[in-house]
Design a protein around this ligand. Structure first.
Ligand SMILES: [Zn+2]
Length: 214
Protein backbone atom coordinates (compact mmCIF):
# COMPACT_ATOMS: atom_id res chain seq x y z
CA UNK A 1 0.00 0.00 0.00
CA UNK A 2 2.97 2.31 0.32
CA UNK A 3 3.84 4.76 -2.41
CA UNK A 4 1.86 2.93 -5.03
CA UNK A 5 1.83 4.34 -8.49
CA UNK A 6 -0.51 3.83 -11.37
CA UNK A 7 -0.98 5.29 -14.84
CA UNK A 8 -4.08 7.26 -15.74
CA UNK A 9 -5.18 10.06 -17.99
CA UNK A 10 -5.09 13.39 -16.15
CA UNK A 11 -8.12 15.64 -16.76
CA UNK A 12 -6.02 18.74 -16.32
CA UNK A 13 -2.66 18.12 -18.05
CA UNK A 14 -2.91 14.94 -20.08
CA UNK A 15 -6.40 13.94 -21.19
CA UNK A 16 -5.27 11.76 -24.12
CA UNK A 17 -2.26 9.99 -22.66
CA UNK A 18 -1.72 8.08 -19.41
CA UNK A 19 0.74 9.67 -16.99
CA UNK A 20 2.03 8.43 -13.61
CA UNK A 21 -0.20 9.07 -10.60
CA UNK A 22 0.42 8.49 -6.91
CA UNK A 23 -2.25 6.47 -5.17
CA UNK A 24 -3.48 8.43 -2.17
CA UNK A 25 -6.13 6.05 -0.94
CA UNK A 26 -8.15 3.04 -1.96
CA UNK A 27 -11.59 1.84 -1.02
CA UNK A 28 -13.42 -1.29 -2.20
CA UNK A 29 -14.62 0.50 -5.33
CA UNK A 30 -12.57 3.64 -5.80
CA UNK A 31 -9.06 4.93 -6.02
CA UNK A 32 -8.03 8.47 -5.17
CA UNK A 33 -5.01 9.38 -7.27
CA UNK A 34 -2.83 12.44 -7.78
CA UNK A 35 -1.07 13.37 -11.00
CA UNK A 36 2.71 13.38 -10.49
CA UNK A 37 3.07 16.10 -13.14
CA UNK A 38 0.50 18.73 -12.17
CA UNK A 39 -0.74 17.40 -8.79
CA UNK A 40 -4.38 17.31 -9.80
CA UNK A 41 -6.28 14.84 -7.62
CA UNK A 42 -9.06 12.71 -9.05
CA UNK A 43 -11.18 9.74 -8.10
CA UNK A 44 -11.42 6.74 -10.42
CA UNK A 45 -13.04 3.31 -10.41
CA UNK A 46 -10.79 0.72 -8.82
CA UNK A 47 -8.75 -1.10 -11.48
CA UNK A 48 -8.87 -4.91 -11.02
CA UNK A 49 -5.20 -5.12 -10.11
CA UNK A 50 -5.87 -2.99 -7.03
CA UNK A 51 -8.41 -5.40 -5.62
CA UNK A 52 -7.73 -7.10 -2.34
CA UNK A 53 -7.09 -10.78 -2.16
CA UNK A 54 -6.66 -13.37 0.54
CA UNK A 55 -3.52 -15.47 0.61
CA UNK A 56 -3.30 -18.78 2.39
CA UNK A 57 -0.58 -18.84 5.02
CA UNK A 58 0.78 -21.88 6.83
CA UNK A 59 1.83 -20.55 10.22
CA UNK A 60 4.26 -22.51 12.32
CA UNK A 61 4.54 -21.97 16.03
CA UNK A 62 7.27 -24.22 17.45
CA UNK A 63 6.04 -27.79 16.80
CA UNK A 64 2.56 -26.85 15.66
CA UNK A 65 1.32 -25.32 12.49
CA UNK A 66 -2.05 -24.02 11.39
CA UNK A 67 -3.62 -22.47 8.34
CA UNK A 68 -4.38 -18.77 8.30
CA UNK A 69 -5.16 -15.91 5.91
CA UNK A 70 -3.45 -12.71 4.91
CA UNK A 71 -5.62 -10.11 3.22
CA UNK A 72 -3.86 -7.50 1.15
CA UNK A 73 -3.83 -5.57 -2.10
CA UNK A 74 -3.19 -7.71 -5.19
CA UNK A 75 -0.31 -5.40 -6.09
CA UNK A 76 1.59 -5.50 -2.84
CA UNK A 77 5.01 -7.10 -3.04
CA UNK A 78 5.92 -9.66 -0.42
CA UNK A 79 9.42 -10.61 0.54
CA UNK A 80 10.80 -13.33 2.79
CA UNK A 81 11.30 -11.74 6.20
CA UNK A 82 8.33 -9.34 5.94
CA UNK A 83 6.11 -9.25 8.99
CA UNK A 84 2.33 -9.30 8.88
CA UNK A 85 -0.75 -9.93 10.91
CA UNK A 86 -2.68 -12.99 9.74
CA UNK A 87 -6.08 -14.10 10.82
CA UNK A 88 -8.12 -17.24 11.05
CA UNK A 89 -9.28 -18.80 14.31
CA UNK A 90 -6.49 -16.80 15.94
CA UNK A 91 -4.89 -13.47 15.11
CA UNK A 92 -1.11 -13.80 14.86
CA UNK A 93 1.89 -11.65 14.08
CA UNK A 94 4.11 -13.64 11.71
CA UNK A 95 7.28 -13.41 9.64
CA UNK A 96 7.25 -14.85 6.11
CA UNK A 97 9.67 -17.77 5.66
CA UNK A 98 8.73 -19.08 2.20
CA UNK A 99 6.80 -17.88 -0.84
CA UNK A 100 5.32 -20.30 -3.36
CA UNK A 101 4.07 -19.17 -6.76
CA UNK A 102 1.47 -20.74 -9.00
CA UNK A 103 3.14 -23.83 -10.42
CA UNK A 104 4.95 -24.65 -7.20
CA UNK A 105 8.01 -22.46 -7.72
CA UNK A 106 9.64 -21.02 -4.58
CA UNK A 107 10.91 -17.45 -4.63
CA UNK A 108 12.21 -14.79 -2.23
CA UNK A 109 9.98 -11.98 -3.47
CA UNK A 110 6.74 -11.72 -5.44
CA UNK A 111 3.65 -9.66 -6.08
CA UNK A 112 0.67 -10.87 -4.01
CA UNK A 113 -1.28 -11.64 -7.17
CA UNK A 114 1.16 -14.31 -8.31
CA UNK A 115 1.48 -16.10 -4.95
CA UNK A 116 -0.20 -19.44 -4.32
CA UNK A 117 0.82 -19.98 -0.70
CA UNK A 118 2.95 -18.55 2.04
CA UNK A 119 4.76 -20.11 4.96
CA UNK A 120 5.39 -18.06 8.05
CA UNK A 121 6.78 -18.27 11.56
CA UNK A 122 4.77 -16.85 14.44
CA UNK A 123 6.75 -14.06 16.11
CA UNK A 124 6.79 -12.85 19.64
CA UNK A 125 4.45 -9.89 19.30
CA UNK A 126 0.97 -9.22 20.58
CA UNK A 127 -1.77 -7.98 18.31
CA UNK A 128 -3.63 -5.00 19.75
CA UNK A 129 -7.03 -3.89 18.50
CA UNK A 130 -7.06 -0.16 17.95
CA UNK A 131 -10.17 1.92 17.31
CA UNK A 132 -9.34 5.25 15.71
CA UNK A 133 -12.02 7.86 16.11
CA UNK A 134 -11.77 10.72 13.69
CA UNK A 135 -14.63 13.15 13.22
CA UNK A 136 -17.75 11.05 12.85
CA UNK A 137 -16.05 7.84 11.82
CA UNK A 138 -14.32 5.11 13.76
CA UNK A 139 -11.95 2.71 12.04
CA UNK A 140 -10.68 -0.50 13.55
CA UNK A 141 -7.16 -1.70 13.08
CA UNK A 142 -5.08 -4.57 14.37
CA UNK A 143 -1.44 -3.76 14.91
CA UNK A 144 1.37 -5.88 16.38
CA UNK A 145 3.51 -4.61 19.23
CA UNK A 146 6.06 -5.94 21.66
CA UNK A 147 4.09 -7.23 24.63
CA UNK A 148 5.84 -4.80 26.95
CA UNK A 149 5.05 -1.71 24.85
CA UNK A 150 3.17 0.72 27.11
CA UNK A 151 0.16 2.75 26.10
CA UNK A 152 -0.57 5.84 28.20
CA UNK A 153 -3.86 7.75 28.17
CA UNK A 154 -3.12 11.22 26.77
CA UNK A 155 0.03 10.17 24.89
CA UNK A 156 0.48 10.64 21.17
CA UNK A 157 0.81 7.50 19.10
CA UNK A 158 1.34 7.19 15.37
CA UNK A 159 -2.43 7.19 14.73
CA UNK A 160 -3.38 9.94 17.15
CA UNK A 161 -3.89 10.51 20.86
CA UNK A 162 -4.73 7.68 23.24
CA UNK A 163 -8.17 8.48 24.69
CA UNK A 164 -9.08 5.25 26.46
CA UNK A 165 -7.58 1.83 27.15
CA UNK A 166 -9.72 -1.23 27.78
CA UNK A 167 -7.91 -3.86 29.82
CA UNK A 168 -8.53 -7.55 29.04
CA UNK A 169 -11.18 -8.75 31.47
CA UNK A 170 -10.61 -5.48 33.34
CA UNK A 171 -11.41 -1.81 33.65
CA UNK A 172 -11.51 0.97 31.09
CA UNK A 173 -8.77 3.56 31.68
CA UNK A 174 -9.68 7.07 30.62
CA UNK A 175 -7.72 9.35 32.95
CA UNK A 176 -4.60 11.01 31.54
CA UNK A 177 -1.52 9.15 32.73
CA UNK A 178 -3.21 5.78 33.25
CA UNK A 179 -1.25 3.15 31.35
CA UNK A 180 -1.01 -0.53 30.44
CA UNK A 181 1.24 -2.94 28.54
CA UNK A 182 0.17 -4.14 25.10
CA UNK A 183 -0.11 -7.74 26.34
CA UNK A 184 -2.79 -6.77 28.88
CA UNK A 185 -4.88 -4.62 26.53
CA UNK A 186 -8.15 -5.64 24.87
CA UNK A 187 -8.52 -2.44 22.88
CA UNK A 188 -6.99 1.03 22.59
CA UNK A 189 -9.24 3.95 21.61
CA UNK A 190 -7.45 6.68 19.73
CA UNK A 191 -8.64 10.15 18.87
CA UNK A 192 -7.23 11.23 15.55
CA UNK A 193 -6.68 14.95 15.80
CA UNK A 194 -4.74 15.37 12.57
CA UNK A 195 -6.67 16.30 9.48
CA UNK A 196 -7.22 13.86 6.68
CA UNK A 197 -4.10 14.29 4.62
CA UNK A 198 -2.43 12.98 1.53
CA UNK A 199 -0.03 10.76 3.42
CA UNK A 200 -2.63 8.98 5.53
CA UNK A 201 -2.07 5.85 3.50
CA UNK A 202 1.67 5.85 3.89
CA UNK A 203 1.54 2.65 5.89
CA UNK A 204 -0.64 -0.36 5.67
CA UNK A 205 -2.16 -1.61 8.85
CA UNK A 206 -1.72 -5.27 8.04
CA UNK A 207 1.98 -4.82 7.71
CA UNK A 208 3.32 -3.75 11.05
CA UNK A 209 6.89 -3.16 9.99
CA UNK A 210 6.71 -1.20 6.75
CA UNK A 211 9.60 -2.20 4.53
CA UNK A 212 11.51 0.21 2.36
CA UNK A 213 11.96 -2.21 -0.50
CA UNK A 214 10.48 -1.28 -3.83
ZN1 LIG B 1 -1.89 16.29 -14.45
Amino acid sequence: MMNQETSFECPSCSSDKKVPHDVLSTTKKKLVIRCTLCHTTQQVALPPRFKNLKLRVIVSDYDNSHMSWLELSALERLHIGDEFIVENSSVDAVRITAIELDGGVRTVEAEAESIRALWAQKIDKVVVKIAVHSGKTTKSHKIAFDGEKRFVVGDKERLGEVARIKIKHGPLFDRVGQSASAKDIARVYIKNTTRRSADRNQFSFTRHKPTQRR
